[in-house]
Design a protein around this ligand. Structure first.
Ligand SMILES: [Zn+2]
Length: 508
């Protein structure tokens, strides 16, 4: 989001991470009028010889039985497709093998990761003489914003993560402190977010039962044991910071604030801290929505829980467009399906060739449903792949958490539209070893997904996607081919997508 203060990353790192590969294959793609003519000249390509190019559409519509229907109207549920022909090693590599810096539920061998977060969040509001407390930020208000579940009149952060994880990740209270009143002004600290002295003073006075969170009794609070959220009534802040002055360990992406004398004993702290600014005490509307942007709390906790990366750029929401909480957090929207996959909340079926029949995608807001496509040409299949899901705003019903579900749903009203979302993924090709994730833009889908320059360059590939980016019925040009990062046809395509709803259908 366009926070005044946000986690910043070095843009210059992007370019160095793009890799180039030589020509692999003599697939030629020639644009011809409205229809794409795909010529398969597969000498030396190594792909399955029986792979057939999509039939040319366009002039012949209405003249053959198949062309009478250019939209799928039924099909098998993608959750139950038979993908036994795809090697288990390939699937496991996508599911577990390469999370990058993301903190996953699983280790790379598929066993449970002991560093996966417990979901416990400690909230500590603090004030200084120059930033007095917003009196509307009470323990009850904090609980009702962060942790409440069940059928409620308002949205909570806990409900957001419950829906995004299909019920498998519960955010609970690790303790809500009384207001901590520091004697010094904010300006007396050498820094604000990430400064070591400020969190040390806050943690020194917060009345949190750290012993109850310290599951192994080592007096070190780890990110798996609890996340830390500091609330300050400055009216603008939303940031996630490590204790940068205390020996960052890049390998673990951790830093530690050591030996803090808390009311309950001496503890050291490893989690990052989310600094979140509520409205100021002087704001005339201090009591109306005091947390300002509640989706931004979920965004920051995406960093804190799972080490998700910011996906926005300086010129817009970046490669995932406005379809990801990590790219745009001023209104509610889901996390992108890649991040849900890498955290370990979904294991979609994997296809490596064209099935040649219509399939059904239930809405991913309410159903754990998606499909992964890997090119039959790929020699390193986990390196580059696609994920398809159905984003349908009304299907975000929060499992009945609201007394009245709004027409555009609860946790996806911020996306520009509903429809079939096709995501391209390249492992490790984004900032700091994260995967490059791009939403294939249905406005102009048959392009090199990551362009020919870094994402901040002149030919960045798919970025800043908004309305029109999701696939829907296209009777003029119903066949869509998927291009890889070399600008070559991946031999994957789909066609006959249906209009938004739940489910949507397409021929895969
Ligand atoms: Zn962020």
């Amino acid at each position: 989001m366009s926070n005044t203060v946000e986690w910043s990353l070095e843009m210059s790192e992007v370019g160095a991470r793009r890799t180039t590969r030589g020509p692999r294959c003599s697939v030629r793609i020639v644009a011809s009028g409205l229809a794409a003519v795909l010529a398969w000249g597969g000498v030396g390509c190594g792909g399955p010889e029986q792979e057939s190019a999509p039939r040319q559409e366009g002039a012949g519509i209405g003249q053959t039985a198949q062309a009478e229907s250019s939209t799928c109207t039924q099909g098998d549920d993608v959750r139950y497709l038979d993908d036994s022909a795809v090697p288990a090693a390939l699937k496991n590599n996508i599911y577990y093998g390469s999370p990058g810096p993301i903190i996953s539920r699983y280790r790379t061998d598929g066993t449970l990761n002991p560093n996966y977060p417990s979901g416990k969040v400690v909230v500590i509001p603090f004030e200084t003489p120059d930033l007095p407390r917003n009196p509307a930020v009470t323990k009850t208000r904090i609980y009702d914003t962060f942790f409440a579940t069940g059928q409620l009149t308002g949205i909570t952060v806990a409900q957001y993560f419950l829906e995004n994880s299909w019920g498998s990740f519960l955010v609970t209270s690790g303790g809500i402190s009384d207001w901590v009143s520091l004697s010094k002004n904010i300006s007396a600290y050498t820094g604000f977010e990430g400064d070591a002295a400020l969190p040390r003073d806050v943690l020194r006075y917060a009345n949190i039962n750290w012993a109850s969170l310290d599951t192994n009794g080592d007096h070190i609070i780890t990110p798996a044991e609890a996340q830390l959220v500091f609330l300050v009534s400055n009216g603008y802040s939303a940031a996630t910071r490590g204790f940068k002055d205390y020996g960052v360990n890049p390998a673990a992406n951790l830093s530690m604030l050591s030996n803090v004398l808390t009311p309950g004993g001496t503890y050291s702290f490893k989690p990052k801290v989310v600094y979140f600014g509520t409205k100021t005490a002087a704001d005339p509307t201090y009591n109306t929505n005091p947390f300002r942007y509640e989706p931004a709390i979920a965004h920051e906790l995406g960093h804190a829980f799972f080490n998700l990366v910011d996906r926005y750029l300086s010129n817009g929401p970046g490669g995932v467009g406005s379809y990801d909480i990590m790219s745009y957090s001023e209104s509610w929207r889901h996390m992108n399906i890649h991040d849900k996959l890498k955290i370990g909340w979904i294991r979609p079926k994997v296809l490596q060739s064209h099935l040649g029949r219509c399939v059904a995608f239930p809405a991913s807001e309410s159903t754990r449903a998606a499909l992964i496509l890997v090119s039959p040409l790929s020699t390193s299949p986990q390196d580059e792949y696609w994920i398809i899901e159905n984003r349908n705003r009304p299907s975000s019903g929060c499992n009945g958490c609201m007394l009245f579900t709004p027409p555009n749903g609860v946790f996806d009203p911020g996306i520009p539209e509903s429809g079939m979302a096709v995501w391209w993924v390249k492992t490790g090709a984004y900032f700091n070893g994260h995967d490059d994730v791009r939403l294939v833009d249905a406005n102009d889908p048959e392009r090199d997904p990551n362009g020919t320059t870094p994402i901040t360059g002149l030919d960045p590939g798919f970025i800043n996607q908004g309305a029109g980016a999701l696939f829907r019925e296209d009777t003029v040009d119903p066949t869509k081919v998927l291009m890889d990062s070399n600008g070559s046809w991946s031999l994957l395509y789909f066609r006959y997508a249906s209009n938004p709803g739940s489910p949507v259908y397409a021929e895969l």
